[in-house]
Design a protein around this ligand. Structure first.
Ligand code: SF4
Length: 391
């Protein structure tokens, strides 16, 4: 039985950032007790399902929202119940997402005692004006203070989230952020390009012509600056938006990019797994998401109306599942391993995709070795169109 990744969504924030389309709410009193009670009951219900039962857990990720708004006390019961019901892998990675202004020494020591061994901090920028423009609830000094507290509490696996391609951001702003990162001694950086999603404040501002995304030329310059500089600092770009020092790749995110099974708990959380026939051959995959509203989530779990829990459910055939696998796999520097592909799908990768592989290789977009295919390092920004060819 292969292990699976566990995700828990904590949908509460201090304020709503203008670019954010994750499900999160800003309420005066977060119903922590009720929400965690529902998470535990949801988990106990899921743990009885054949698909998850008796499997090990490879990573746990408390994402949000702002999980660091919640005191360790609330995570304690949840983690204990998980341990009572499942075996955890020896080298399990347990991540908690945090935002500056929400951390204290006591909280961090509490998280550490619970076995949380990785903190992912939402930094986004080291420029106060940009932070204000993004609608972040913190300033640069808060970020420095948080990083200091995380280190003092003894965390060695620290990841920072940053954003580039922000309207009005310049190449010098990026250089300034990178110069600061140089001296921070952290193990992982997620550097996301800003995507203006529907239903965000930025989307409305762009529709009104009040903001404009950075142009393509500047965007490429920013991306090159980030990847070259972080390489000089000892980071490897192991996925389109993710850079790590040796041995600090995010196990949890790798589970998604390697299409491993994942169980999501909480409002709006996604789950997914491969399905097999009686001969143990994969036939496709299943994807589903919980209802988005935290109030609905609590009410549904409390009233035991589990059939109402999912807002979305789909089953994909094998062809779609293999495409998804390739799509996620090609995001990684290591690309798709032919051996792994054959192990999972019982099919020969090159026999299935020989035409497209030849075409992309001729155009110098991908690199094919005897055991894997990956996108050429200087073509990473063309990933979407390269991946589409496999469709
Ligand atoms: S802190 Fe994160 S989850 Fe919360 S509103 Fe901002 S970007 Fe969204």
């Amino acid at each position: 039985m292969k292990p699976f990744a566990l995700y828990i969504h904590i949908p509460f924030c201090l304020s709503k950032c203008k670019y954010c389309d994750f499900y999160s709410v800003c309420v005066r009193n977060f119903p922590k007790k009720e929400y965690f009670k529902s998470l535990i009951n949801d988990f106990l219900f899921q743990s009885q399902k054949l698909i998850w039962k008796d499997r090990r857990i490879s990573s746990i990720y408390f994402g949000g929202g702002t999980p660091s708004l919640i005191e360790p006390f609330f995570y304690n019961d949840f983690i204990n119940i998980v341990k009572e019901n499942f075996k955890l892998e020896d080298n399990i990675e347990i991540t908690l997402e945090a935002n500056p202004r929400t951390l204290t020494k006591e909280k961090l020591l509490g998280y550490k005692e619970l076995g949380i061994n990785r903190i992912s901090l939402g930094v986004q920028s080291f420029n106060n004006e940009i932070l204000k423009f993004l609608g972040r609830a913190h300033g640069v000094n808060d970020t420095f203070e948080s990083i200091g507290l995380i280190k003092d509490a003894g965390f060695k696996n620290i990841s920072l989230d940053l954003i580039y391609g922000i309207p009005s951001q310049t190449l010098n702003d990026i250089k300034h952020d990178l110069e600061i990162i140089k001296n921070l001694d952290v193990s992982h950086i997620s550097y996301y390009s800003l995507i203006i999603e529907e239903k965000t404040a930025f989307y409305k501002l762009r529709e009104e012509g009040k903001i404009k995304e950075v142009g393509d030329t500047l965007f490429v310059k920013m991306d090159n600056e980030i990847s070259n500089t972080l390489k000089d600092f000892g980071f490897t770009r192991y996925e389109i938006s993710n850079y790590s020092k040796f041995g600090f790749e995010s196990k949890h995110n790798l589970a998604y990019w390697e299409s491993k099974d994942f169980l999501g708990l909480g409002a709006s959380a996604y789950s997914g797994y491969l399905k097999y026939n009686n001969n143990n051959f994969p036939t496709g995959n299943v994807r589903y998401a919980n209802v988005r509203s935290y109030k609905d989530y609590i009410n549904i779990i409390n009233s035991n109306e589990i059939e109402k829990l999912y807002s979305y459910y789909e089953e994909n055939d094998l062809k779609t599942t293999m495409f998804e696998y390739i799509m996620m796999g090609l995001r990684k520097k290591n690309g798709v391993s032919f051996k792994e592909f054959e192990k999972i799908f019982h099919k020969n990768f090159l026999a299935l995709y020989s035409d497209v592989v030849l075409k992309l290789e001729k155009e110098n977009l991908i690199n094919v070795t005897k055991d894997r295919v990956c996108i050429n390092e200087d073509k990473v920004l063309l990933s979407n169109s390269i991946i589409e060819e496999f469709l």
